[in-house]
Design a protein around this ligand. Structure first.
Ligand SMILES: [Zn+2]
Length: 298
């Protein structure tokens, strides 16, 4: 596919790219040219040229909402950085790691699939899709949601954090977790990887805490109830740990102390919005219900 090369398409001009190349060689911004091309439906195709010299393949996202232009580049840089040193990318390979923020309570996972592009400029490109999904699944909504949640967790401004968590939930409302998704959860270490992948738990919990920080307790409790509706098994484990370790006595803690997990979960589920990503063509329904396949963690 041909596309024009101009300032609108190219992410960073030659000056910035050359600066990184010579003065910040560890910054993947200098390893390739990054192109952002508008697709027919107004979404974006984000891809690079030059990465294959180091990593064997170029990378691409398709179907990126225009408002996520910069987040797409941040996420792509994170994926590239994840594979340290001389490591090379490969098709039909899963990847995982914590690559969106300096501190985040879960690992992100995704899969590389061979892109069907065959023109000289864009061959040897791997499409980044959601974990275990086929190439045709297009935009990786779960991976982007996890990226926004991780950025929200590192954000100290509660209003900015709230915005990131709300955007993450909008992209991926999350599905109801099964017992197996909670099996690895230990409230003392707080790693919610399985529950993030299945239910976007970090999005709801982050939103609740961002609202609590703004003294918007009823909204914080509502966001928490949304989390509990998706992850009832998690809520039981988390409550015991949370009420013991948080000694504040505000209305939010009273919500947790008086919580009947099953009642909240049952009350929320009938009205819970179905996950729109589950209905996309080419997407396996329930593909995240099974346990994770072995992932190359870095
Ligand atoms: Zn291009």
């Amino acid at each position: 596919m041909q596309h024009p090369i101009n300032g609108k398409v190219r992410l960073a001009g030659p000056v910035k790219r050359n600066y990184c190349r010579f003065f910040a060689p560890s910054n993947p911004l200098g390893w390739a040219d990054y192109h952002i091309v508008e697709e027919r439906r107004g979404t974006l195709w984000v891809h690079c040229h030059g990465l294959k010299r180091r990593k064997g393949f170029e990378l691409e996202f398709v179907g990126v909402p225009a408002t996520l232009r910069l987040e797409a580049i941040r996420l792509m840089m994170g994926v590239i950085r994840m594979l340290r040193g001389d490591g090379r990318f490969a098709p039909d390979t899963d990847f995982g790691g914590r690559f969106s923020a300096s501190r985040q309570s879960f690992s992100q996972v995704g899969t590389f699939r061979m892109s069907p592009r065959s023109d000289n400029d864009h061959e040897h490109t791997l499409r980044i899709v959601d974990y275990g999904e086929p190439m045709q699944s297009g935009f990786p909504a779960r991976l982007f949601a996890a990226h926004l949640v991780a950025r929200g967790q590192a954000q100290t401004d509660a209003k900015k954090a709230e915005k990131l968590f709300r955007r993450a939930i909008e992209l991926f409302p999350g599905e109801v977790a099964q017992a197996a998704d909670t099996a690895d959860y230990d409230p003392a270490d707080g790693d919610i990887t399985g529950l993030q992948i299945k239910s976007n738990l970090g999005g709801y919990l982050g939103l609740a805490l961002a609202l609590r920080a703004q003294n918007r307790t009823p909204d914080a409790c509502a966001a928490t109830a949304d989390a509990i509706a998706r992850c009832a098994d998690w809520a039981r484990l988390y409550r015991d740990h949370f009420v013991q370790t948080d000694d504040r006595n505000d209305a939010y803690m009273q919500f947790w102390r008086g919580l009947d997990v099953l009642e909240v979960a049952a009350g929320r589920q009938p009205g819970m919005a179905a996950s729109p990503v589950a209905d996309l063509p080419g997407r396996k329904s329930g593909g995240f219900g099974e346990r994770l396949r072995p992932v190359r963690w870095v």
